[in-house]
Write a protein that binds this ligand. Structure first.
Ligand code: WT7
Length: 690
């Protein structure tokens, strides 16, 4: 289908150019997969993974969604590292000499290829070094690392020895690291002296040191294992005797062989922190001792990934990108060889599933990209596609929108003809960005897969399948195999079976990638995901289903923001603000943002005696950056004498949202507020800010 270049595709437009298989085959396969999810996934688990001892036949799935007891393949023993690395080094796969990790550093000239054989040896060395330092099966190892191969190696080494990795995105602050170390009781921290991003050095070790120096980490962290930074002078760092371990030379001195622990499919593999909805409002208790009042809990949820997640990661990687599990050495003359690249960060679930585990479990090569899309210039991605002949490229709408601003010329300077599939993830993609991706990057020949999923789902749950599902720009289309989707009426909770429909998105049956609990707080897990709509897993997203059954995500219906694909709880930002002595009260809402999708607008009232000065406002911006990280930097901070409250003292976030987005005609009735004039004051202040 072709349209004039400058026209946005309409929602009802269907792009079927890249499809060859009939959609009816997908529909039959999907219906069969959800008729009996247990048998669907157990057949795949047996066929796709190597088990040391098989799970009992006939009981692949036990337990139920309602009480969070659903478990998969329990009793079966496997090792995820064996499945992702070792098995590909020997017969029948024999891929030892093939590239496992293709690392592209901050500078386009720093490219390193790690073969499966090398990866196996390095992972074993890291595993032995971890054991030498005292790490044992079940221990939580915190990773605060740049995007270098050592990060993937350490994750895999943890998987190998039965430890649980907790990767913290390198954009998080010392405070956020300290919270996570404390929460998980993590005795071990692995970091690097420094990383680099966009030509700037990331002082990771010093940020880690600041984190473990905080009171709440005292007595928890036993050792900090520090890799030398890549590049010259990376070993020039100072450590404290007995705490810091020079990890690079220690790893190098280790034997390149280490046995794999036999793990139960339900044993934890990783912890990953994510922003959640508050679940339970806490009233006006807050933290008066730290100055201000935040009327809700902080909202970080720690998702625990189980070993059986490997199956979901493996199968969705193959299906969603049209990739095949590699079952033999590559034929150098083969016409079609996939080069897969997901340019996310391994500190998020996208990196866990679609940089590290998913591709390696399929025996593919995976790109690890340390830099940014605009370094050294805005052609970096396309330069990489050309140099490595990338066939599958996976990024986020926010990156596409920011590159689109530079026009069509930068991508046109590169040969992008290797591309076959373009993926997007993290938020709904607006049709204009979709069309740019499809036309300018994909030259109208590539499938654009819009993958909808969440940290908690572990992998894709809705996406079009390349070559199979006709695309509609802006719709993530149809559920993945084995995912039993439901659209529920938001108020009654009743399932809407007819289409078109509008409601909230839920999943009716368990799947192997799903999170089973929140670390140390099972009730919280039940409250957020299972209780809102009994009998269903609740995603927290609103959606429409059109008459073709296609899903259109309309965004979160809870208090979670999606800023450039980063998930940020409004309550997290609020508690960062009220931790400042001058802030009495804070309320945070999302605003539409052209590039980031959503921006952050903060409202605050001050403690008596603190004047509103430019310095204070600057401090508050900094406050959020240091408490959470630079990616959570607010777009606006509005200080006022009061915030709109109900007569019972509840902040009216709905009204604050309307004011921040300048949707003044839909503010509604404000007469129930304790002080309706506050609304006019805020409208003026927001207008001034813009
Ligand atoms: C939330 C999950 C999944 C990895 C990255 C984000 C939104 C995600 C899409 C998409 C529309 C999407 C949802 C979801 N989201 N992908 N393709 N279309 N919305 O993971 O941080 O756990 O965030 O991101 O709102 O609930 P996450």
């Amino acid at each position: 289908m072709s349209k004039p270049d400058n026209e946005e595709p309409a929602e009802e437009d269907v792009y079927a150019a890249c499809t060859s298989a009939p959609l009816s085959s997908y529909k039959l396969h999907h219906a069969a997969s959800v008729r009996d999810v247990s048998s669907y996934w157990s057949k795949l688990a047996t066929a796709k993974l190597e088990w040391f001892s098989p799970f009992p036949s006939g009981s692949a799935l036990t337990g139920a969604l309602e009480d969070g007891s659903a478990s998969w393949f329990s009793g079966g023993r496997l090792n995820v590292c064996h499945n992702a690395v070792d098995r590909y080094c020997s017969s029948p796969y024999d891929r030892g000499n093939e590239t496992a990790i293709l690392w592209e550093g901050d500078e386009p000239t720093s490219v390193v290829r790690v073969t499966y054989d090398e990866l196996r040896k390095e992972v074993c060395r890291v595993a032995n070094a971890l054991v030498r330092c005292g790490v044992r099966r079940g221990d939580v190892v915190t990773l605060y690392m740049p995007m270098v191969p050592e990060l993937a190696m350490t994750m895999l080494a943890c998987a190998r020895i039965g430890a649980v990795h907790s990767v913290i995105f390198a954009g998080f602050s010392a405070d956020a690291i300290a919270d996570r170390i404390h929460d998980a009781g993590s005795m071990w921290v692995v970091t690097a002296s420094a990383g680099s991003r966009g030509g700037r050095s990331l002082p990771l070790k010093s940020i880690c040191d600041a984190a473990i120096g905080k009171e709440r980490c005292a007595g928890i962290v036993k050792k900090v294992l520090v890799f030398d930074g890549r590049g010259e002078g990376g070993d020039a760092w100072e450590g404290i005797e007995g705490v810091h371990v020079r990890f690079t030379p220690l790893v190098a001195s280790m034997r390149p062989a280490c046995p794999c622990e036999w793990m139960d499919a339900e044993d934890p593999l990783f912890i990953l922190y994510t922003s959640g909805s508050t679940g339970k409002p806490k009233g006006q208790s807050g933290r008066p001792e730290r100055g201000g009042v935040c009327d809700r809990d902080e909202t970080t949820l720690a998702r625990i990934g189980r070993r059986r997640y490997a199956l979901f990661a493996m199968v969705t990687t193959a299906n969603s990108f049209g990739l095949a599990q590699q079952t033999g050495p590559s034929d150098p003359n083969a016409p079609h060889k996939d080069v897969y690249a997901c340019v996310a960060d391994a500190g998020w679930i996208t990196g866990h599933t679609y940089i590290v585990y998913g591709p390696l479990l399929n025996g593919l090569s995976t790109l690890m990209f340390e830099s940014t899309p605009v370094y050294p210039d805005c052609g970096r991605y396309w330069d990489m596609v050309q140099r490595h002949k990338i066939t599958v490229f996976y990024t986020a709408p926010t990156a596409i929108r920011s590159l689109m601003r530079f026009g069509d010329d930068p991508p046109k300077r590169y040969d992008l003809s290797s591309l076959r599939v373009l993926g997007t993830v993290g938020e709904p993609i607006n049709p204009a960005a979709w069309k740019w991706y499809y036309d300018v990057i994909g030259n109208g020949r590539c499938s654009v897969v819009d993958t909808y999923w969440q940290t908690e789902t572990g992998g894709h749950v809705i996406t079009n399948l390349p070559g199979i599902t006709p695309m509609k720009p802006g719709s993530c289309t149809l559920p993945c195999y084995g995912i039993d989707l439901a659209v529920l009426d938001a108020t009654t909770g009743k399932e809407i079976t007819s289409s078109p429909a509008e409601g909230v998105l839920a999943i009716r049956q368990p799947w192997p990638g799903m999170a089973r609990t929140c670390l140390g707080d099972h009730q919280r897990y039940l409250a957020v995901y299972m209780k809102p709509y009994p009998g269903y897993y609740f995603t927290g997203d609103g959606c429409r289903r059109d008459s073709d059954g296609y899903i259109w995500i309309t965004g979160r219906v809870d208090d979670v923001l999606n800023v450039s694909g980063h998930r940020i709880g409004t309550a997290e930002v609020e508690s960062a603000l009220v931790a400042h002595e001058a802030v009495a009260q804070a309320a945070v809402v999302g605003i539409p943002h052209e590039i980031k999708g959503q921006g952050i607008c903060c409202y605050a009232t001050l403690v008596e005696g603190y004047p509103e000065t430019d310095i204070l406002i600057k401090e508050l911006f900094l406050q959020v950056r240091t408490h959470i990280g630079p990616f959570a930097t607010p777009d606006m901070i509005i200080i006022n004498g009061a915030l709109p409250m109900t007569r019972s003292g509840k902040i009216m976030r709905r009204i604050l949202r309307k004011i921040a987005s300048s949707e003044l005609d839909t503010i509604g009735d404000t007469s129930t507020l304790s002080d309706p004039l506050v609304v006019d004051e805020l409208i003026l202040k927001v207008a001034k800010f813009q």
